[in-house]
Design a protein. Structure first.
Lengths: 249, 362
């Protein structure tokens, strides 16, 4: 089932056009890695899907419903959760309290069931069960966590809303290689639940290992969109840096 | 670290919200209110008069803390609603309403006034918001100063209670203040214990991150601003029924904002218990320096300096931070058999002994 459909999306930062006429679909259970150099428009695209950046032109459809005009906090109810770059935890709250911020209201649960999008069935208890580290750190203020612990908290916090589509922005940024391994291994539990994932990642090797599809962005346009089994590392690298590639759309 | 990655077959973790200490706090609160209710029957009216002033300070501190400490709405204009509450009692009494029944209604009037005010104020951020609220308070003062029926700039007295025996009047005033204080404390506790409380703190820490997690930032802020302003109005209404006179420069004076900030910061901003302690400390200084004129301000200054140096998080804030004390059960914890604690983390309460699950979360 098509979970997310992006049609002709244009996003601007003032005079700069960061995303240009992007078309993209994500199916339930699919993991799409967005790769590209700095400034390619990856994070901007994620924020436009999450509703935290306004769209200049084009549409974002979730489960066939146009959510382009839906504000960010209501898109969470619709089933889109974002793990932002830099984690953006609430430093004055404990790990447990950070998780609880993402818990949907009772009425939202009803809305979620009505939307009938496939979800992983996540809630606080299940997140704490799946991430015992977070249960152990539950009392610790988020501002005192290590980078890896913060990232695990940020992922858990996004999961408690029980999303149909999880957007992960640079989850490995600023983490040690060991911490990145832990974060990616934890994502396997998420992916097993059937949630659709869009992952922004600068590490091509990591993206190729994790994703079911790789989409390359260059200067706001999609230059490659290939299934992992057909992805060629050299080709992806050229698309990443924009050497010897033609813009596909 | 691989244990982190295990996925449990079925949830075994429970989020808990109660503890033995919480039960003790509630029991202590009930006893305290019962004893406090007997004060007019045990002491001379002057004691009731002084304690009514203390109760107004508690209401002011608790409601300002909900705004600034929990939601990050640092308003220095709550004296606008304080004064509006006082004058609402005058106006409602003129309409023939009982002065004591007018006190809660004054809170409703202020909450209703806060709603359209928030539409303007929420366009401002941080320091601009603070200045904007002060401007709003001045607007309220100027508007009230131009109503001759309310005494205009020179003020007037509450006359509807003058035919009541002074001792009985003071008792009614005190009981009204006590009832309103209990209402505000219980209301603030329930609000901050609900999911709104934690979402407000998220908004305080990072509005954009809160929005990306599904928090309706403006709606949550508006809710606490409206309720907090209603609380400030109740404090003003209590003060009027206690002092019996209202004068715009006093009721809308910025000194009330200074006192609110003083009480909350000294007691512990962002804690439920701190503002109550701050109000008691301020009241103690007021009583200690009663009759010494401007030495009262010196006393306040000394207390502020000592408290800032010795307890920068506020009195209760330091106790909570250093000793893990928590009286009001606003916490969240998890109950999980054999749940290990993080190294160095101290158990804040005896949550493992309880099976009370977080209610109303879903």
């Amino acid at each position: 089932m098509t979970l997310l459909r992006i049609e002709g999306l244009v996003v601007r930062h003032g005079l700069l056009t960061a995303v240009r006429e992007v078309d993209l679909t994500v199916a339930s259970g699919e993991v799409v890695a967005l790769v590209g150099a700095n400034g390619a428009g990856k994070s901007t695209l994620l924020h436009a899907v999450a509703g935290s950046l306004p769209v200049a032109r084009g549409r974002v459809l979730l489960g066939g419903t146009d959510v382009t005009a839906v504000p960010a906090h209501q898109r969470v109810r619709a089933g889109i959760s974002l793990v932002p770059e830099g984690r953006l935890l609430f430093p004055g709250l404990s790990v447990l309290e950070n998780l609880l911020v993402g818990v949907p209201a009772r009425s939202r649960r009803g809305a979620d069931e009505a939307s009938a999008l496939p979800r992983g069935g996540w809630d606080v208890e299940r997140v704490l069960d799946a991430f015992p580290l977070l249960a152990r750190l539950r009392d610790r203020p988020a501002g005192l966590l290590s980078g890896g612990e913060q990232q695990a908290t940020a992922i858990g916090r996004a999961l408690v809303a029980d999303p149909a589509l999880l957007l992960l922005d640079e989850v490995s940024l600023g983490l040690s290689p060991a911490a990145v391994d832990v974060v990616y291994a934890s994502l396997e539990a998420v992916l097993a639940g059937g949630v659709g994932v869009v992952l922004v990642e600068q590490d091509i090797e990591r993206a190729l290992r994790t994703a079911t599809r790789v989409v390359c962005l260059l200067e706001g346009r999609v230059t490659r969109d290939v299934a992992r089994e057909h992805a060629d590392r050299e080709e992806i690298t050229r698309a990443y840096f924009g050497t010897g590639t033609e813009v596909a759309s | 670290m691989t244990a982190v990655l295990e996925v449990g077959p079925a949830p075994t973790v429970q989020v808990v919200r109660w503890s033995r200490a919480a039960s003790a706090t509630v029991a202590g609160f009930v006893v305290l209110v019962a004893v406090a209710a007997a004060v007019p029957m045990l002491f001379v009216p002057l004691v009731g008069n002084r304690l009514t002033a203390l109760l107004a300070l508690v209401v002011l501190a608790v409601t300002w803390n909900a705004l600034a400490g929990y939601a990050g709405l640092v308003s220095v204009g709550q004296q606008g609603f304080f004064g509006l509450g006082a004058y609402a009692v005058l106006a409602l009494s003129d309409l023939g309403l009982n002065a004591y029944l007018s006190v809660p209604l004054a809170g409703v009037v202020c909450a209703l006034a806060a709603l359209p005010s928030s539409l303007l104020l929420f366009r401002l951020r941080a320091g601009q918001f603070a200045i904007g609220t002060w401007v709003l308070a001045e607007v309220f003062r100027l508007l009230v100063s131009r109503v001759p029926q309310l005494g205009a700039g020179t003020g007037r007295s509450l006359t509807s209670t003058t035919d009541v025996d002074p001792a009985l009047r003071q008792a009614f005033t005190y009981w009204t203040a006590l009832a309103m204080t209990v209402l505000v404390l219980v209301g603030a506790f329930l609000l901050l214990r609900s999911r709104v409380g934690i979402r407000l703190q998220a908004v305080r820490d990072d509005e954009n991150a809160a929005r990306s997690l599904g928090v309706g930032v403006t709606g949550e802020k508006r809710l606490v601003f409206v309720l907090g302003s209603g609380g400030a109005g109740v404090a003003g209404a209590i003060t009027l029924t206690n002092s019996l006179t209202a004068q715009p420069d006093n009721m809308f004076g910025v000194q009330w904002a200074a006192l609110m900030i003083f009480m909350v910061v000294i007691g512990g901003i962002g804690t439920f218990e701190g503002p109550i302690i701050g109000a008691v400390l301020l009241f103690a200084v007021q009583q200690l320096f009663d009759g010494f004129g401007n030495w009262y301000l010196v006393g306040l200054g000394v207390l502020a300096v000592v408290a800032t140096l010795a307890a920068p998080r506020g009195v209760w804030g330091e106790l909570a931070h250093r000793r893990g004390w928590t009286a009001a059960p606003l916490f969240h914890d998890v109950r999980w058999p054999a749940l290990p604690l993080a190294p160095g983390a101290a158990a804040r309460h005896d949550a493992a002994d309880t099976t009370v699950r977080e209610e109303g979360r879903r």
